[in-house]
Design a protein around this ligand. Structure first.
Ligand code: C2E
Ligand code: CA
Ligand code: CA
Length: 711
């Protein structure tokens, strides 16, 4: 034991208990002359070496080698001895000899496996050395007197034979030309042949996965330039399977020192190898989709960035599903998981070319890496393929789900780039694709990166802004067309940013939507607007008919499980009747929703809350579909009324608006028009039968105090 070892940290009870178990397993398999008690004491000493190695701050498995050797010295050479020794270590070493507070379970397992490996190696080497000394004894004996020779030879031979025959290791003896002379049964079994594979040559055992190193070592040994070598090497067995071995080959010399034989010792490490491969696979792959995971992706990306020459380039497509959170929240995680698996299957073939790899690096985030793409466009092409692959709906159980994605595409020289920079640029670009409506890809460029960084900055400050009351609401009147009276107002949120001044909702609502902060922000807007509507009521503004307040609801809020509860609570707390509130949901969000997702809106509508289909006409909805939606108002998007600004108005636009209005009325929906800026427009829309209107012609959005002046 070295002086630096903190022996007082070793658990003497644990060591003794471990040694007892070990002794119980090993003693029957030894040919030792020691008593059981003496043997156990020896094992305590060996256990101590293992425990110290296991607990060392920087791990070194080599004490395992000495333990393996000690086992051979103690005559633990029966075929099952090594297996038993390793079996006990596998099951009990960590339990009794490790300190779980210091050593994590993974690190513990890994150290234990390496120690086992070292023990097996030490064991094999000692056994081989011993075999060789037997062999030497054989030659020495040959030189002594005739009778002595006979005796010594006999005795030595018997002992050698016993080791050779019964060893769990595969042992073969070959001539110096490589021709096999004798093998034991373990060897024949490992090679997969019933009878020992004699008259074959060691040199035939090349395998496509051999490293060139192996055959160089072998040639050196055959020329007598090296005494032995040890390698890990695969063999093709006679049944076609592959055996992975830890192979030790030693040169046996005759009395004159001339190379005569080769002693080949083979330890079957196939299982250990499989275990290692499996562990490596698990550590580098995503359990859900079986794709390479984040750590493997970074490994590859870093390799590409490091190995690249001055001309090398790297491409990356960073893909994030649009609205995946909504699927997860409304349909449950099981459906979400199935969807991700299906998406992975769709995407996989898009990135299967040379230098390409698809990985899943987060919840609904996938990346395709393209090492050395021929052109920028080949990376964009990959992104297009990915979007195409998602174009048709995915079937999950009995549902058909539309999957859309936003992709950030980055391409550039590997020089001067770090993996973090590449990923950040891809991430920023992906958000740009999302902000531009999603279901598309965008190419990274420094200017928009800079803009996005400021977006990133805003996102970062949103939570504090909400806490610090930096938001306020402006109200824009809604006017009845029949008599120009005030029907209500739409609440439009603004952010009074300490550095950037007043920011419109288009600057931050998409960010809040993406980060989920829209839920608390939306709740604040709702509370504030409802409180305001109560004040208008109390002050009698709007005459006999109480004013209605319209509040925008973002898709994320629509999917929030507490939407109904929250809304009812806010109304009750303020004492506002549900009919004085109208929630505006965009047409796009509403037509995308399935029956489950519409249920909360339906419940609210049944309570008397108005539901408006916002930005109508921009979502290409099937008009027949309107019937199934719980809306009672349709807000015709500004783009429709633009054509009516001209004098005379565009006749096609007139016809379209007329058609929509009559269809809406047939479905008992009232029609509000947005963006009315001129009196001509207002007059025409009134004639077409629109019920109410909103726009600069009546009033711009403003503080709540200004509302009474609006009409
Ligand atoms: P929106 O719901 O379509 O709101 C109407 C937008 O049109 C407002 O822009 C309003 O200022 C603008 N507008 C009104 N009259 C006219 C007009 O005559 N001509 C023109 N050119 N524009 C007019 P704003 O306030 O910038 O809001 C933009 C969008 O932000 C809103 O569109 C709404 O979708 C969203 N938003 C606003 N407040 C909230 C909120 O509290 N929650 C959520 N989720 N979204 C909000
Ligand atoms: Ca709106
Ligand atoms: Ca609108």
């Amino acid at each position: 034991m070295s002086e630096t070892t903190p022996t007082h940290h070793l658990p003497p009870d644990g060591l003794r208990r471990f040694a007892t178990i070990w002794c119980r397993a090993l003693y029957p398999a030894t040919a030792t002359s020691m008593t059981k008690r003496e043997f156990e004491d020896l094992l305590v000493a060996l256990s101590e070496r293992l425990a110290i190695a296991l607990r060392a701050r920087s791990f070194d498995p080599s004490p395992g080698v000495s333990v393996g050797e000690a086992l051979v010295t103690a005559h633990c050479t029966a075929p099952e001895a090594l297996t038993r020794a390793l079996g006990v270590i596998d099951a009990y070493l960590l339990l009794y000899c490790a300190d779980p507070a210091v050593l994590g379970p993974d690190e513990g397992r890994s150290r234990c496996a390496k120690l086992q490996h070292a023990i097996a190696a030490g064991f094999a080497r000692a056994l081989q050395e011993r075999t060789r000394s037997e062999q030497e004894a054989l030659s020495v004996a040959a030189l002594t007197a005739q009778t002595e020779i006979a005796n010594a030879l006999h005795e030595s031979e018997t002992r050698f034979r016993a080791v050779f025959r019964d060893a769990a290791l595969g042992i073969a003896i070959a001539g110096i030309d490589g021709e096999i002379i004798d093998t034991n049964e373990s060897f024949a079994r490992m090679m997969g042949s019933a009878s020992p594979p004699r008259r074959r040559n060691v040199l035939d055992w090349t395998h496509p996965d051999d490293s060139p190193e192996v055959w160089r070592l072998q040639r050196e040994l055959m020329r007598g330039e090296r005494e032995h070598y040890q390698v890990e090497k695969p063999y093709g067995r006679t049944d076609g399977t592959v055996l992975w071995t830890n192979l030790t080959v030693s040169l046996l010399r005759d009395a004159e020192g001339e190379p005569r034989y080769m002693l080949v010792m083979v330890e079957d490490v196939s299982e250990r190898r499989l275990l290692n491969l499996r562990l490596r696979y698990q550590a580098t792959h995503d359990a859900l989709t079986d794709l390479p995971n984040r750590s493997m992706f970074f490994e590859r990306l870093e390799q590409a960035l490091a190995a690249g020459s001055s001309q090398s380039r790297v491409g990356l497509c960073y893909l994030d599903l649009d609205g995946f959170k909504a699927v997860n929240d409304s349909l449950g995680h099981a459906v979400g998981d199935q969807l991700l698996i299906a998406v992975a299957e769709r995407l996989q073939p898009c990135a299967s070319g040379p230098g390409q790899m698809l990985a899943r690096i987060g919840g609904d985030e996938f990346v395709a890496l393209f090492v050395d793409p021929p052109t920028v466009d080949s990376v964009a092409e990959l992104a297009r393929r990915a979007l195409d692959a998602l174009a048709t709906p995915v079937t999950v159980g009995d549902r058909e789900l539309m999957v859309r994605a936003s992709i950030g595409v980055v391409e550039g020289p590997t020089r001067h780039l770090t993996s973090a920079e590449v990923l950040r640029s891809a991430d920023i670009t992906m958000y740009r694709a999302k902000a531009e409506g999603g279901n598309r890809y965008a190419l990274a460029d420094p200017d928009s990166d800079a803009r996005a960084i400021s977006r990133h900055h805003l996102t970062h400050h949103l939570p504090a802004a909400l806490k610090g009351c930096e938001f306020f609401i402006e109200y824009q009147p809604l006017v009845r067309m029949e008599d120009g009276s005030l029907e209500g107002a739409e609440a439009l949120v603004r952010w009074s940013h300490p550095r950037h001044g007043v920011l419109g909702p288009d600057r931050f609502i998409p960010l809040a939507e993406h980060t989920g902060l829209i839920v608390p922000l939306g709740r604040w807007v709702l509370q504030e607007a409802v409180r305001q509507a109560c004040q208008w009521q109390v002050r009698g503004i709007g005459g006999p008919r109480p004013l209605r307040v319209n509040v925008n609801l973002s898709p994320r809020q629509l999917h929030h499980p507490e939407l109904v509860e929250d809304t009812v609570a806010v109304l009750e707390e303020a004492g506002l009747p549900p009919s004085a509130l109208c929630l505006e949901v965009t047409e796009t969000a509403m037509i995308r929703a399935d029956e489950n997702e519409l249920r909360p809106l339906r419940e609210l509508a049944e309570l008397g809350v108005g539901i408006a289909l916002d930005d109508f006409g921009t979502g290409y909805s099937n008009l027949a579909n309107l019937r199934r939606l719980p809306a009672n108002t349709l807000k015709l998007d500004r783009s429709f009324t633009q054509g009516l600004q001209r004098d005379p108005a565009d006749p096609v636009d007139l016809k379209i608006v007329e058609g929509i209005v009559s269809l809406a009325h047939a479905l008992r929906l009232s029609v509000t028009v947005e963006g009315v800026e001129t009196s001509t427009q207002a007059e025409q829309l009134r004639e077409l039968g629109c019920d109410s209107a909103q726009g600069w012609f009546y009033a711009r959005p403003g503080p709540p105090e200004r509302l009474p002046e609006a009409v």
